[in-house]
Design a protein around this ligand. Structure first.
Ligand code: 5RP
Length: 299
């Protein structure tokens, strides 16, 4: 066990670490990192989430309302989000929005947000699992998403939420997406994100959403034995958001789970197409931005 006296919050005891980012992670028998030993149903759902050709995914996150209410761009899901659904690989939302706004004829896989419990008016980390596994099955969820606050006041409870969701999902073949939520007191650096992602993977999450960090992000992806997708975070200028996507996939991310940088863009359909070009075809950000501008002018 590490000695608490000499170990930093990142679990770093001072000796150099061998992340070996240049050596690809072997994925024998299945295209997705760390998923070769899973059952058929799990693999099939993961193959709907991640494109088997590129090995990556573009998830559209629009679950923000469960903590933020009708935030900018999500005032009318029927008008602002439904037209984007055809252009992405996966939809990430709550069951309330899925049932009330997303047409059941939409065949895109759904990553169902199953944790909840606090809002932006309270301590966000105080979450519980709010959806039972039968309802996830009824909704034909391709994955369940649970937020974890490593280092937060309610770390223990959120890790228990994660574990319970993974166990329930394992019984029926639905993978769990572990979301690294970063409390206000935490720094979004490679050490913290690497610690958080690895803990979530060790507990059995099938893939992980985290944030991109400018420095040493490849250490976060290298030390995580399951795929990582990045959240977009607050709205950036479109070119900067595309650069972030590009850098993340070049440094080992298996795609994005992006919300505000898509639905708050000047032209969300053009933005989602540009993000897909970067993530699946590794289009350089300047070219993808040119595509974005051309589509804006044609609109
Ligand atoms: C909101 C979430 C979002 O799904 C996540 O943060 C991705 O969205 P964005 O790209 O806007 O950060 O967990 O609760």
């Amino acid at each position: 066990m590490p000695d608490e006296q000499t170990t930093t919050p990142g679990g770093d005891t001072g000796e150099s670490k061998a992340f070996s980012p240049d050596i690809p992670f072997e994925t024998p028998g299945f295209f997705l990192r760390g998923s070769a030993s899973l059952d058929w149903g799990m693999k099939n759902r993961l193959s709907r989430i991640f494109n088997p050709k590129s090995g990556r995914t573009v998830m559209l996150a629009f679950d923000h309302g469960y903590i933020m209410g009708p935030t900018t761009g999500l005032e009318r899901i029927d008008l602002n989000i439904v037209p984007l659904c055809d252009h992405v690989d996966v939809l990430m939302c709550t069951r309330g929005i899925l049932r009330s706004c997303v047409p059941p004829s939409c065949t895109k896989p759904v990553a169902l947000r199953v944790s909840a419990g606090a809002t932006i008016l309270k301590d966000l980390s105080y979450e519980h699992v709010g959806v039972d596994i039968e309802d996830a099955v009824r909704l034909n969820a391709a994955a369940m998403a649970v937020q974890v606050y490593v280092g937060g006041e309610h770390e223990h409870d959120t890790l228990e939420n994660l574990t319970k969701t993974i166990d329930a999902g394992n019984r029926v073949g639905i993978p769990t997406l572990g979301v690294t939520a970063v409390g206000r007191e935490m720094v979004r650096d490679a050490r913290y994100l690497g610690l958080s992602c690895r803990i979530i993977a060790e507990l059995g999450a099938h893939y992980i959403k985290t944030y991109y960090c400018e420095k040493d992000f490849e250490q976060v992806t290298s030390a995580c034995p399951v795929p990582i997708v990045i959240a977009g975070g607050k709205k950036l200028p479109e070119l900067d958001a595309l650069k972030m996507c590009y850098n993340a996939v070049q440094q080992g991310a298996a795609g994005v789970d992006m919300g505000r940088n898509i639905f708050q863009a000047d032209n969300p359909v053009a933005m989602v197409k540009a993000v897909c070009a970067v993530v699946h075809e590794l289009t350089p950000p300047a070219d993808a931005y040119q595509m974005y501008q051309d589509m804006c002018h044609q609109a």
